[in-house]
Ligand binder design. Structure first.
Ligand code: NDP
Ligand code: GDP
Length: 330
């Protein structure tokens, strides 16, 4: 039986990845960092019905001794480094913590793997945010990075450390440059979940409007359930490499609003307000990925459309809030 270690297993991607690997017969281990609210931490694993099927190991990415112990205990064939301070806006108010967790945390994981499991295959969760102030209208693996936030700068460090450990120590270390991906398990602070949660609240009479920032921003939004398959496929290749994972369709926040409100029979323009307080010190205006390499080399393709994902997210939020949504987890 293969063994996998997932950092960030309590997050959106970690939960979907754990479910996928369990389905493939892996023994799945995940890092669990200590929290005073530990009862709330396993919420996503509970939503997918797998919380009893994974082995949790007490560790924090900033504590090398704890992750070395976790690597030794799990004896992994595959390590997926998904843990991060992952919210761009918070990275301006907590830049040093973001650097420690999102940047140095990846270096800690690479060191732990180099020392304790050098034959394990390693996946780094890189991000399209690294493209930031975009240097090409459509971004692929050859497009230069121009990070526009402390988060993106930390991710760029982690990305290059992954490349460096592959080239310096021969680790089978791959980096997935994933464009935004969402789901009913997306953190509520991200714009898509913020919108679908608001749609459900307004539909159920619990709220009247939602306040957003830049409606013109465009993102290439895919579904997390599709994207974790690409992560796994990268680690099944003979040679480690870097891959862009994207849908190839870029949509504005405004259009996302229209789709989500329309799914609940609402007119978005009556319920969305804009407040400059939600603007960012530096914005990533548009992201639009080209995943040709992943399509060709990994035979990966996204299955779930934006419209299907928006419907699933709105329905899930209706159900969470006690409405009559029909739950369908992709
Ligand atoms: P989430 O924010 O949902 O999950 C982050 C995870 O990291 C949580 O499990 C969190 O644990 C854990 N974590 C945070 N700090 C630490 C720490 N110090 N030690 C150990 N664990 C920690 O992120 P996603 O699932 O959305 O994303 C997964 C990864 O992919 C992240 O690295 C993200 O930056 C990256 N990424 C995501 C994209 C997206 O669109 N979703 C796009 C591109 C990259 P806890 O539950 O305790 O907070
Ligand atoms: P990001 O791409 O990782 O930063 O993902 P987010 O979902 O946080 O933001 C996507 C885009 O939506 C960014 O360009 C934000 O500026 C824009 N946006 C507009 N209004 C909001 C809002 O109220 N919350 C968030 N999180 N983003 C918003």
């Amino acid at each position: 039986m293969k063994s996998a270690l997932i950092t960030g297993i309590t997050g959106q991607d970690g939960a979907y990845l754990a479910r996928m690997l369990l389905g493939k017969g892996y023994r799945v281990h995940g890092l669990l960092r200590r929290s005073a609210s530990s009862d709330a931490i396993g919420e996503r694993l509970r939503w997918l019905g797998i919380e009893a099927d994974v082995v949790m190991l007490d560790a924090d990415l900033m504590d090398l001794s704890s992750i070395l112990r976790a690597v030794e205990m799990s004896r992994p064939d595959e390590v997926y480094n998904l843990a991060a301070q992952s919210f761009v806006k918070t990275s301006w108010t907590q830049p040093l913590l973001t650097g420690q967790v999102t940047g140095m945390g990846a270096a800690n994981m690479l060191e732990a793997v180099r020392i304790a499991a050098p034959r394990a295959r390693f996946y780094q969760a890189s991000s399209s945010e690294m493209y930031g102030k975009i240097q090409a209208p459509v971004q692929d693996e050859r497009t230069p990075f121009y990070p526009r936030s402390p988060y993106a700068a930390a991710k760029a460090f982690a990305h290059w450390m992954t490349v460096n450990y592959r080239e310096s120590f021969g680790l089978h270390a791959s980096s997935g440059i994933l464009f935004n991906h969402e789901s009913p398990l997306r953190g509520i602070e991200f714009v898509t979940r913020k919108i679908t949660d608001a749609v459900a609240r307004i539909r159920l009479g619990l709220a009247d409007h939602v306040v957003l920032g830049n409606l013109d921003a465009r993102r290439d939004w895919g579904h997390a359930a599709d994207y974790v398959e690409a992560m796994w496929l990268m680690l099944q290749q003979e040679h480690a490499d870097d891959y862009v994972v994207a849908t190839g369709r870029s949509t504005s926040v405004r259009e996302f609003c229209r789709l989500a409100f329309a799914h609940a029979g609402l007119d978005w323009e009556r319920h969305v307000r804009v407040d400059a307080a939600h603007l960012r010190p530096a914005e990533v205006d548009v992201l639009h990925g080209d995943a040709s390499k992943a399509r060709r080399a990994l035979r990966w393709a996204p299955r779930i459309t934006l419209e299907e994902m928006v419907a699933e997210m709105v329905e899930a939020d209706l159900e969470r809030l006690g409405g009559k949504g029909k739950r369908r987890v992709a």
